[in-house]
Each structure stands twice: as structure tokens, then as C-alpha cells.
Design a protein around this ligand. Structure first.
Ligand code: PLP
Length: 443
């Protein structure tokens, strides 16, 4: 592992493999006899690693760039060795309490209200699904008993991550009841359009119940106007969920704290330490000011006898607030990362990433062959070659097939563009400059 992390720049970020390549090289059936660890590791190196996309590579700039930092990896290894499963306080007292402590620290660093209760999930998709479930429970508690409820309407912007839609489907909202509110020229939800949509649904006898605001949308990292959306949510009695999966960590910096203005009125929020807080995949945090509603949404008539434990004020059973019974000891790696870097260390890295993004913005502005495609509030730079979509797609392919960097693409305003996401702890200014020169040389 140490060698891998040291030599990562020698690996192609994106492997040049055909689908099925690994399946064709591995036996069709599992081994009958034990194998030596030496052989297993040799195959790991020769067969598995060459077929991987290296997410921990400093020049991985696709999707959202992430890091498994050293302390995070150690925390993950220890969690595996301990194999604790803290479904109940009793089944993992320290794991349960470390989850509460680390999420309390994070809440404090972000300046969130102290009454926000935090719980760790695998991904933002799961966390948001639970937020929508709690919103449904509040708006239509009969649904838990009968499985039926009147049409409940969920609002999000046209740029909201698809995970929210999937979560809504999982809790029975129905696609026809999800409104994709129009955004402005900078890809932020238009509060006036949100309110118009709510009024229209009310006029037709439907029941608005939830609105989702995003801080750092996936395509462009745009920030929805949270304060205005919170005011509308309050006026119409809607559950306000914030998707800060990517952008949330920016609020650790005083100069970006304002993105959370309005969060004091939110009912729930998701933030992904496995995106831009240097914690290995997976670890997503759901905060909610209404944990009792979430618990009620998942409650049964009777707790099965095998899960009954003695009641105690301070003994929280986290599985009562989530669908899965089993819980991995994820907070350990978050604790390691928070302590190893400290708030100031994390702030320094986030600021560096944003500085790199601004360097890139300058470079793009100085090269007339390219144009910026969206504002750059954080560390994601969207740009395109001033040519056709096909030319931009071909450029992206040329960049990625070199193996020296990996970018992804998206469509905004009907045009295909390139996304250069910065978020890995090991990325340096030299990496950014080298990748930009590579892009320029491939036009
Ligand atoms: N929300 C936003 C804004 C995202 O960008 C993503 C993924 O990139 C998600 C949610 C889903 O995250 P996860 O993979 O943790 O489910």
C-alpha cells in the first residue's frame, strides 16, 4: 500500500482495457483448495491493478476528485481488523459514541445548529433517501401503516443529483411527483420558479412536502440560493433537505461559510467526507434536526426480541435511525483524518484546491481556443474547446487515453464540456500545470 501511494504517478489513471478483460483471465469457478497469499498477491498485482481506474491518483480529475488519505487508510484498516458491528450501543459502545463525537466535531466545524443529529451512511444516495423518507413520515404518517398516501410532491432543481430522484422512488413518491425546478444562467435553482410550482400543485389539490437544495451541484458545482429556498420551505411547511455532498466542506472556510446561510432552518443535510474531506470511500453523513421523525418512519409495532436491550438515556441504538441493521465502524477513519490534519490542516488543503482551480481559470482565459462554461465557486472547473460537441468529446478521449490524467464530461446549456475536478490531497500545482499543458497539446 505504501509503495502504491508513493508510485501512483507512474500508473495510467485510466486503464486501457476492454470490457470483460478480467473475467476472461480469471477461472470460471472458485478454488477448491487453499492458495498461498503469495499467489493471491501476485495475481492482485498482475491482473487486478492494471485493470483499475486509479481514483487515488493525483491527476484523477473526473467526476469529483477524492482521496483516501494516509490516516484515513489506517482508520479503515483498523476498522476491518476490529470488525465491529455497532447496530446497537451494546454491540459497539465506543463505535456508537465515536460516531456521535466525530459528527459533533464536524457539525461544529461547519457551524451547523447544535441540535442537528448526525448519522453515518455509506453514500449520499442512501442518506438522501432517508431524508425523503423522514419528510414523507412527517407529511403523511399514514403511509407507514397503510402504504398509501395522497400525491406528495418533491421539488429539486434541474441540476439536482439523480440520487435524490432514486431515493424518492424508493420511498414511493413516484416520478410524476418529482418537480425539476428551472435554474438561472448560473445553474442555481430559481426561487420564483419553485414557488410558482408549489402554488400550481396546491391549486390542483396535490401536497407539496419536500424541497432539496444543492450546495455544489454535480455538473457545475453551482450553489442553490439556500436562504430564499429555506424561506419558501418555511412558508409552505416543506421539509428542507440540503445536498452538500460535494460542496459542504467549503463551509469549513470562513470565506465560504455563507453557503450554509439558511441551514439553520433545514430539516436535514447530507455531506460526504468521502468526497472532499480525504476520508476513503465510503462515508457519508446525514444530519437532521428531527431524528425522532426518522426513527418513527422506521419503527415497527414491536422490536424483535433479539434486538431488545436495556434502555439508557445515553445509549443510542443507531440502527433505529437507518434501514440497514449492520453498521461498519466508519467513524474511526473520520476521527483519524480529523485529528491528523486538524481543522487548520484541512482548511489549508481546501484553500490550495481552490487556488489550483483559479490558476486553471486564468489559463483558460488566456488561451483563446478555450472558454469557461460555468462559474467556479469551489474546485471544479468546467470548460470547453471553442468547437463542436464532437470535437470536445474527441479531445476528452485523447486526454484520457494518454493515461496521464482523467477528466469527465457533462452537458450544460445543451453543450458538451469538460469537467476538471480538483480534490485529491496529493495533487500539486505542478500536476495541474502539467495536465493543462497536456490538454493544450492535444487540441
Ligand atoms: N449529491 C451530489 C451533489 C453528488 O455530486 C453526488 C455524487 O457525485 C451524490 C449526491 C451521490 O453521492 P454518493 O455516491 O455518495 O451516493
Amino acid at each position: 500500500m505504501a509503495d502504491y501511494l508513493r508510485d501512483l504517478r507512474d500508473y495510467p489513471v485510466l486503464p486501457q482495457v476492454e470490457p470483460g478483460a478480467l473475467i476472461d483471465r480469471l477461472p470460471a469457478h472458485g478454488p477448491e483448495q487453499p492458495e498461498t497469499m503469495q499467489n493471491i498477491l501476485a495475481d492482485f498485482r498482475e491482473l487486478i491493478v492494471p485493470g483499475l481506474t486509479h481514483w487515488n491518483h493525483p491527476r484523477f480529475h473526473a467526476y469529483f476528485s477524492i482521496s483516501a488519505s494516509g490516516p484515513g487508510i489506517l482508520g479503515e484498516m483498523l476498522a476491518s481488523a476490529l470488525n465491529v458491528q455497532h447496530m446497537l450501543w451494546k454491540s459497539g459502545p465506543a463505535a456508537t459514541e465515536l460516531e456521535q463525537v466525530t459528527l459533533g466535531w464536524l457539525r461544529d466545524w461547519l457551524g451547523l445548529p447544535s441540535e442537528f443529529f448526525g448519522i453515518i451512511h455509506d453514500t449520499a444516495s442512501t442518506a438522501s433517501m432517508h431524508a425523503v423518507l423522514a419528510a414523507r413520515e412527517l407529511a403523511a404518517p399514514e403511509a407507514r401503516l397503510t402504504g398509501n398516501h395522497p400525491p406528495l410532491i418533491l421539488y429539486e432543481s434541474e441540476h439536482t443529483h439523480s440520487s435524490v430522484d432514486k431515493g424518492a422512488l424508493c420511498v414511493g413518491i413516484g416520478r410524476e411527483n418529482i418537480r425539476h425546478v428551472a435554474a438561472d444562467g448560473e445553474f442555481r435553482m430559481l426561487p420564483s420558479e419553485l414557488e410558482a410550482a408549489i402554488k400550481n400543485d396546491l391549486a390542483h389539490g396535490r401536497k407539496p412536502f419536500c424541497v432539496v437544495a444543492t450546495l455544489g451541484t454535480t455538473s457545475s458545482s453551482s450553489v442553490d440560493p439556500l436562504k430564499d429556498i429555506a424561506a419558501i420551505a418555511k412558508r409552505y411547511g416543506l421539509w428542507l433537505h440540503i445536498d452538500a455532498a460535494y460542496g459542504g466542506p467549503a463551509a469549513l472556510l470562513e470565506e465560504h461559510r455563507h453557503i450554509l446561510d439558511g441551514s439553520a432552518d433545514a430539516d436535514s443535510m447530507v455531506i460526504n467526507p468521502h468526497k472532499w474531506l480525504f476520508v476513503p470511500v465510503d462515508l457519508s453523513v446525514l444530519y437532521t434536526r428531527r431524528p425522532e421523525i426518522l426513527r418513527r418512519a422506521l419503527s415497527l409495532d414491536e422490536t424483535p426480541a433479539y434486538l431488545v436491550t436495556a434502555e439508557h438515556d445515553r445509549a443510542v441504538n443507531l440502527s433505529e435511525y437507518a434501514l440497514p441493521l449492520g453498521r461498519r465502524f466508519r467513524s474511526l477513519k473520520l476521527w483519524f483524518v480529523m485529528r491528523y490534519y486538524g481543522r487548520e490542516g484541512i482548511q489549508r488543503i481546501l484553500r490550495e484546491h481552490m487556488r489550483f482551480a483559479q490558476l486553471l481559470v486564468e489559463e483558460i482565459r488566456n488561451d483563446s481556443r478555450f472558454e469557461l462554461s460555468a462559474p467556479v465557486p469551489f474546485s471544479l472547473v468546467c470548460f470547453r474547446y471553442r468547437g463542436s460537441d464532437d470535437e470536445n468529446r474527441a479531445l476528452l478521449d485523447r486526454i484520457n487515453t494518454t493515461g496521464r490524467a482523467f477528466l469527465s464530461g457533462t452537458v450544460l446549456n445543451g453543450k458538451f464540456l469538460l469537467r476538471f475536478a480538483i480534490g485529491n490531497v496529493a495533487t500539486t500545482e505542478a500536476d495541474i500545470r502539467e495536465t493543462w499543458q497536456l490538454i493544450q497539446s492535444l487540441v
